[in-house]
Ligand binder design. Structure first.
Ligand code: NOJ
Length: 709
């Protein structure tokens, strides 16, 4: 349909119809046969009204969506198709590692492959819009939702965000197998105070713009069709009614012209926040702020008409919101084909097909992070191995958003090892009970592998923790085994970086497996036995203890830095009872063997404002295995009108190297990479001295200085 036809359609719609387009209900309104049996009284709706709303959330399955779309179009006066939206976060039924793990692949192209497969499966099941990716920056692992984010770094998050959006939408979301992407949660949900979910945020303008909004800017530029508001406040105003955030920053400044949706009942919750007096006031503030669709609350439905009649809201605002929704339906091709890709045959053919399972496995190979290795890894199948811990046989390691997966098909760690290494001498004790049998076997084993950490029920929405140390039970188990045999490989599962300083000091090897998805434990087994060389890098620093949170590698400087040497620190910025540094920083991760780097060279030490300089290193793979090396480029502005981070990731290349192979890697540095919000909030670069590092991780000392003229 062209724009004129859409405008004509809008003009023909009654005000009531328009308002219904702004309402989203969830699947609880309909039974399995598409009959409305849901909470219509609670929402003060007629039985017919749920069929007339603009969009539904949580309905899935080709047959169901085709049937419901028919019913809805029949009852919508202009037969406007409904939008079907769902949380397809890290896979639909083929589940990939959780986003915090995907971030740890340090491979944005891989993230694009993941969302492309998620879109292929979900669109066959009739879903047209996904509430994904979540691109919130997160530096506090108390927040359970850090699992859904790609980590602590603005630049890495931005690259992940744009690739994930592209994977879902492609160049044209009407195409088969593509869907619209709704980025969330706008904005700074990852900065909820003290890591407690749904809490308020307190951020400086600099931190908001410079750190938290970078991924949004990138995803909007990449064409994300929708934006979801966040539950938290910015500047003490709930995001869903935050006009400055939604209109001035998102629409005006970032140029976003797609659809804004509230989070689940977030508009109604502004009454609980105390910033809206009642439902009518919430409706007024929501539409004025620029929230187009109200998810699962009824303020717009019951109050917009009256607000327009009394002149408190102009009908133009409603028209603009409806037009954005109609344009999205049109961009998805729904006026021509309201079922989009819903197809029972395609569901059977595509969902959890072998190709997708293989990708779930190979993605996990790059997400798992080796944090310590005293030489105990890789294992050999000649060793006597004991594997202990309930997580070794737990299927709940796919992630709390893996709602539609068949968990019976999840590959556990035990299944991964038994299937791929049947010849290995492995005894399993898949329990967290420290039994005499287990200790006796551990005592005589060559290696004990402990599966510790958290399963998917411990992270996700509303799963914040005040203490992120390893549970007492798992600590006791580690200590009991350590007392009989210190040759321990610890595999940590979970969706958040845990604080494990004592364990890390004692264990011989430490592997962060995250929540690796449907087939990720095949990758885990291959890494443990050395068929795959680990290449993941932490997307979030692993703190030393809860008290360090929030923490990030790029922390801003202080006027009283702690001296580098150990000893007595008088009046410096330090803790009495913990180091300042995390246990393992962002970007950190080992392989089996070393990749060496030559010193960085520059083709010029002076960067002209409109010019470029090229930085170069030569790497050599000294491992006995092929390796995928995440080459990281960091920059530091040595002097600024405001304090600048100690270092910032500004470039990344994941390079495959055969054993013994050398390769030259170059990065081009341009002035725009050096910009930031200066003391007057102008986004500029300031001439002067800069330092540049290229190396294996954020600790690299391989640096060179240059000047911006
Ligand atoms: C609430 C969550 O915050 C959001 O991420 C999700 O997309 C919606 N519920 C819909 O399920």
């Amino acid at each position: 349909m062209d724009e004129n036809k859409l405008q004509k359609l809008l003009q023909e719609m009654t005000l009531q119809e328009k308002i219904e387009q702004l309402v989203q209900l969830d699947s609880s309104f309909f039974d399995n046969d598409g009959v409305c049996t849901g909470p219509v009284e609670k929402f003060a709706m007629t039985e017919e009204q749920p069929y007339r709303v603009g969009s539904l959330l949580g309905v899935r399955g080709a047959a169901k969506i085709i049937d419901l779309q028919d019913r809805m179009m029949a009852l919508q006066p202009h037969h406007i198709p409904a939008l079907f939206m769902l949380d397809v976060i890290h896979g639909y039924q083929t589940i990939f590692p959780v986003p915090i793990a995907i971030g740890s692949s340090f491979n944005p192209e891989l993230a694009e492959q993941v969302t492309a497969v998620a879109a292929r499966e979900a669109s066959a099941a009739g879903v047209q819009v996904t509430f994904s990716p979540m691109i919130d920056l997160v530096r506090d692992s108390r927040w359970g939702r850090c699992m859904e984010a790609t980590g602590e770094d603005p630049w890495l998050n931005a690259r992940m965000a744009e690739h994930m959006v592209r994977g879902f939408q492609g160049d044209n979301m009407a195409r088969k197998g593509k869907m619209a992407s709704c980025i969330k949660h706008f904005a700074a949900y990852g900065a909820v105070q003290a890591g407690r979910d749904y809490n308020v945020t307190e951020l400086s303008e600099h931190t908001l713009l410079e750190d938290y909004l970078v991924s949004y800017r990138a995803a909007v530029k990449a064409g994300a069709a929708m934006v979801m508001t966040a539950f938290n406040t910015i500047d003490r105003k709930p995001c869903t009614t935050n006009r400055r955030l939604l209109r001035d920053i998102l629409r005006e400044d970032m140029g976003f012209d797609g659809v804004v949706i509230s989070d689940f009942s977030a508009l109604r919750e502004t009454i609980v926040f105390g910033t809206s007096r009642d439902h009518a006031d919430a409706a007024r503030q929501g539409i004025v702020a620029g929230c187009d669709i109200e998810m699962m609350s009824e303020c717009y439905l019951h109050h917009l008409e009256e607000l327009i009649r009394t002149g408190e809201v102009s009908e133009t605002m409603v028209d603009e919101a409806v037009m954005r929704i109609l344009r999205l339906k049109n961009a998805l091709g729904l006026f021509e084909n309201p079922y989009k890709d819903a197809s029972v045959e395609d569901e059977k053919r595509l969902i959890f097909c072998e190709e997708h399972q293989a990708l779930s496995r190979s993605v996990a190979e790059e997400c798992i992070v080796l944090l310590k290795n005293d030489g105990l890894l890789p294992l050999s199948d000649k060793q006597k191995i004991v594997v202990a811990g309930a997580l070794a046989q737990d299927r709940e390691i796919t992630g709390s958003w893996a709602l539609f997966a068949d968990w019976n098909q999840t590959i556990t760690m035990r299944k991964g090892i038994e299937t791929l290494y049947p010849q290995a001498d492995v005894t399993f004790f898949p329990s967290d009970n420290v039994t005499e049998d287990m200790l006796a076997a551990a005592r005589t084993a060559d290696v004990v592998i402990l599966a510790l950490g958290e399963n998917q029920r411990s992270t996700g929405e509303s799963q914040s923790k005040a203490d992120i140390s390893l549970s007492k039970e798992h600590t006791a188990m580690f200590e009991a085994v350590y007392a009989v045999n210190p040759r321990i490989v610890t595999v940590l599962f979970g969706g958040r970086p845990l604080a494990v300083p004592e364990l890390a000091a004692k264990t011989s090897a430490l592997v962060e497996a995250w929540l690796p998805g449907s087939c990720g434990c095949y990758a885990l087994a291959d890494i443990l036995f050395g068929r795959v060389n680990p290449s993941g890098r932490l997307s979030m620093s692993m703190p030393y203890c809860t008290g360090q949170l929030p923490i990030s590698y790029g922390a801003n400087l202080t006027g009283r830095p702690k001296p580098e040497k150990d000893g007595f620190f008088a009046f410096t910025s330090n803790y009495l009872d913990a180091p300042n540094e995390p246990l393992y920083p962002f970007g950190y991760g080992l392989s089996y063997g070393e990749v060496s780097y030559s010193p960085v060279t520059l083709d010029s030490y002076i960067l002209q404002k409109d010019g470029q300089i090229t930085a170069c290193v030569t790497m050599e793979n000294r491992c006995e295995l092929p390796v995928k090396e995440a080459v990281q480029l960091y920059l530091r502005d040595m002097h600024g009108s405001v304090i600048r981070p100690e270092r910032e990731l500004k470039g990344l290349q994941k390079v495959s190297l055969q054993p013994g192979e050398s390769r030259q890697v170059t990065f081009v540095i341009t002035e725009d990479m050096l910009r930031f919000y200066d003391a007057d909030m102008h986004y500029v670069s300031e001439p002067g001295a800069f330092r540049l590092w290229i190396g294996h991780d954020s600790l690299t000392e391989n640096s060179v200085d240059f000047i911006l003229a």
